[in-house]
Design a binder for this molecule. Structure first.
Ligand SMILES: [Zn+2]
Length: 103
């Protein structure tokens, strides 16, 4: 077993585990002692993600880097008004400058 990552919380650990499984890398979360327990979880639990097979370390580290620094979603980028050329924040559907609708 090879430790890949010390997660900040169990949700992060489970998300990383799911990502690894999508790429057919066998891994487990350790330190998640309260898995399945109901109620509030203590803040001082830091689960770690371990690889079953150490040979998966290189691809797993690449996935980890992607997991920690995901590429920005396309919808988060400002759009450019086709009418006046002004950049408009992604959460607006109308150009603030000339009122044209987002296409
Ligand atoms: Zn405009």
């Amino acid at each position: 077993m090879q430790c890949l990552y010390q997660a900040g919380n169990r949700i992060e650990a489970q998300l990383l585990l799911a990502l690894l499984e999508q790429h057919r890398i066998d891994a487990v979360v350790l330190g998640d002692y309260l898995a399945g327990a109901a109620g509030e979880l203590p803040a001082d639990i830091f689960p770690s993600v371990w690889l079953i097979d150490e040979r998966d370390l290189i691809p797993a580290r690449a996935l980890l880097a992607q997991f920690l620094n995901p590429p920005p979603a396309p919808s988060a980028a400002p759009w450019v008004c086709p009418s006046c050329g002004e950049p408009v924040e992604c959460n607006f559907d109308l150009c603030w400058n000339c009122g044209r609708e987002r296409t």
